[in-house]
Ligand binder design. Structure first.
Ligand SMILES: Cc1cc2nc3c(=O)[nH]c(=O)nc-3n(C[C@H](O)[C@H](O)[C@H](O)COP(=O)(O)OP(=O)(O)OC[C@H]3O[C@@H](n4cnc5c(N)ncnc54)[C@H](O)[C@@H]3O)c2cc1C
Length: 497
């Protein structure tokens, strides 16, 4: 990846961080206003080396086809699908944006970052089977989830997931759902593609190995951005009319430094992740699905165990996990001091309240950290009864920083979603949290546009509708448009549903 030299020190837009979020926002802005001057600063030597890297996340195109945590069951036994509908609607926006890029030949093909991989849910035990049946009955009625199949038949399950069914102990009630519209996404490849695209046109300065150290309002609605060249070369200051803090785990720190009141009171709780990876072709060839199970008690929603087919740089592999861990770092390549440094007078109360109120989570994390390799293998064997230790290696994934926010009743609450923080009259935006994550980069960045570029939206609206035909509507409430969007994006992206 090359950088374009530039003499300009004032940019219309400064993107901080070289992950999927900055890349998506840059690509959207470039389509909407090709003349904008944009600079990107990333502290590492390449883009997509943190959470957006292919092996640092699970690559699931989250659309609630298989993730059971998006369909909670109420005390009366009913299954609430509203969150699942919202997550699917968001993924349909990503599908539309990617389709636009492919249809216009801005990206030649989706093949190098997107692979159709069926999404499955798999449960055992009578209560879980009853829950999955109810979930299926509720979702399969909905146009966004049309195409889902349900079974309790082991023969059918053997066809869908032979590796999972091989040598499975008899006598346990089992159930599974299957959806062909599932995807495996290489978010690292997509990030590279989008940033290469930006860098191929004038008006974009790519500054890798440049760490943003400070953000100061200039008093005239702009930002003074202090940047340090990581491999020597000293400090630089640039001006920005708009700053996007897409620094992943580094975003909280920078938002705190910006001094915007909207970032006050927010804290971060890092949860690290590990996966078991298998690249043995004999094992890999027996599985083609993303199979999501049920979370254990106390586990945070993103720790639901799953066995995933991954397709990275044309090669197929399997991933199982995640196993949660605890590290005080906010970035995989961050500092042990990240957590202590993030504690301030304005957020300490909320953080203490979260520590007090989340004992099951603390217990769960301690259990996870204490796990031996035998314990990890045991969890894997719930999904792959024939798993052999020698076929699976432990890899460390990215860091997620969960958002802690003040709460009038409890003092502080831990959130597992994504939070867009904007301030300075719309001159700065930052992204905190990591779920549903990279899958929803396009809709999240549309939110950033709505909140920070409201004055330009009327001018941009027609182009936004070209990029995302469902823009401004809820696909879940328009069955005809939903069918049309699903079919168009299925064709453009060469998906199976
Ligand atoms: C274990 C795990 C599994 C996941 N699974 C999925 C999944 O299956 N599906 C899904 O959709 N999402 C998943 N996610 C979430 C997803 O990976 C993230 O939401 C997404 O990658 C975040 O992108 P980002 O651009 O915000 O951050 P990142 O990709 O982390 O990029 C941040 C960038 O900012 C840079 N940076 C940081 N500080 C500074 C600074 N001061 N100056 C300059 N640059 C800076 C970093 O070097 C990096 O380039 C997962 C995450 C984890 C950790």
């Amino acid at each position: 990846m090359t950088s374009n030299p530039s003499s300009a020190t004032t940019y219309a837009v400064v993107l901080i961080g070289g992950g999927i979020m900055s890349a998506t926002l840059g690509a959207l802005l470039r389509q909407l206003e090709p003349g904008l001057s944009i600079a990107l600063f990333g502290r590492l030597d390449d883009v997509a080396l943190e959470s957006s890297n292919a092996w640092n996340n699970a690559g699931t195109g989250h659309s609630a086809l298989c993730e059971l945590n998006y369909t909670p069951q109420g005390a009366d036994g009913t299954v609430d699908i509203s969150k699942a509908v919202g997550v699917n609607e968001q993924f349909q926006i990503s599908r539309q944006f990617w389709s636009y890029l492919v249809e216009r030949q801005i990206i030649v093909s989706a093949k190098n970052f997107l692979t159709p991989v069926p999404h499955m849910s798999f449960v055992w035990g009578e209560d879980n089977v009853a829950f999955l049946r109810k979930r299926y009955e509720a979702l399969s009625q909905h146009p966004l989830f049309e195409g889902m199949s349900f079974t309790t038949d082991e023969g059918q399950m053997r066809q869908w997931m032979p590796l999972v069914m091989q040598d499975r102990a008899p006598g346990q009630p089992l159930a599974a759902t299957w959806h062909p519209a599932g995807t495996d996404v290489n978010f690292g490849a997509l990030t590279h593609r989008l940033i290469d695209l930006l860098a191929s046109k004038p008006g974009f300065d790519l500054n890798l190995a440049h760490e943003v150290e400070d953000l100061t309002p200039t008093g005239d609605g702009q930002w003074d951005v202090a940047v340090r060249a990581v491999h020597g070369g000293g400090e630089r200051r640039v001006r920005a009319k708009f700053v996007f803090v897409g620094a992943g785990g580094g975003a909280l720190h920078l938002l705190q430094k910006s001094g915007i009141p909207e970032a006050r009171g927010i804290g971060g709780f890092p949860v690290s992740g590990q996966f078991l990876r298998c690249t043995n072709p004999d094992v890999v060839s027996q599985h083609h699905a993303k199979v999501y199970g049920k979370a254990s008690v106390g586990a945070p929603p993103m720790s639901v165990p799953h066995l995933d087919t991954r397709v990275i740089d044309g090669r197929q592999g399997l991933l199982f996990g995640p196993y949660a861990g605890f590290s005080t770092k906010f970035l995989k390549q961050g500092s042990w001091l990240d957590l202590p440094r993030s504690i301030r007078m304005d957020n300490i109360g909320a953080m203490m309240a979260v520590a007090r109120d989340n004992m099951p989570l603390t217990k769960y994390l301690i259990q996870q950290v204490m796990q031996s390799s035998e314990d990890r293998l045991k969890a894997l064997r719930d999904f792959v009864p024939t798993a052999r230790k020698e076929d699976w290696e432990l890899i460390t994934a990215g860091q997620r920083v969960q958002v802690i926010k003040k709460d009038a009743k409890k003092g502080g609450v831990l959130q597992f979603g994504t939070e867009v923080v904007t301030g300075g009259g719309g001159s700065i935006a930052g992204l905190l949290g990591a779920s549903p994550g990279a899958s929803t980069a396009a809709p999240i960045m549309l939110t950033v546009l709505q909140r920070c570029f409201a004055d330009r939206l009327p001018q941009w609206e027609a182009r936004l509708r070209e990029m995302v035909p469902s823009y401004g509507t809820r696909l879940g409430q328009d069955a005809a448009l939903c069918a049309q969007v699903r079919e168009r994006t299925r064709t453009a992206l060469q998906l199976d549903g």
